[in-house]
Design a protein around this ligand. Structure first.
Ligand SMILES: Nc1ncnc2c1ncn2[C@@H]1O[C@H](COP(=O)(O)OP(=O)(O)OP(=O)(O)O)[C@@H](O)[C@H]1O
Ligand SMILES: [Mg+2]
Length: 112
């Protein structure tokens, strides 16, 4: 199993969420976060002699998937999240050791 963590532009959340549900994803977690990438939150790299970092509002989407579903889930996020502009976000894929459904005690892929 893998945990896919995608940092998105907030206005893209609805589109990405809808596309993932259509692709068969069973659940997801959303957080409102702030961050910066290569431009450090700026369109330009430097602002005079001042050196500041702007933290830009983003949405973090986390979804746990089977290894078999991983590539299609990443593809769906790519297609639905991309605008082609700076700051479109990033997808991090983590190994996922275990999942347990609290209500039933099911473990592993059947708990997804
Ligand atoms: N190396 C990183 N580590 C952790 N979070 C990151 C990293 N890079 C980007 N992020 C997160 O992703 C968000 C969007 O990053 P962004 O899309 O601007 O990346 P980028 O590498 O600058 O790409 P681009 O050149 O397309 O803007 C950031 O605000 C931050 O929350
Ligand atoms: Mg950037």
């Amino acid at each position: 199993m893998k945990k896919v963590e995608a940092i998105l532009k907030p206005f893209k959340l609805e589109e990405v969420k809808t596309a993932l549900i259509k692709a068969g994803v069973q659940g997801m977690t959303i957080s409102e976060i702030r961050g910066f990438g290569r431009q450090r939150g700026h369109k330009e790299r430097y602002r005079g002699s001042e050196y500041t970092v702007d933290l830009v509002p983003k949405v973090k989407l986390e979804v746990a998937v089977s290894d078999a579903a991983l590539s299609s889930v990443v593809e769906v996020i790519l297609k639905s999240a991309r605008t082609g502009e700076l700051g479109d976000g990033k997808i991090f894929v983590h190994p996922l050791e275990q999942v347990v459904r609290v209500r039933t005690g099911e473990k592993g892929e059947s708990a997804l």
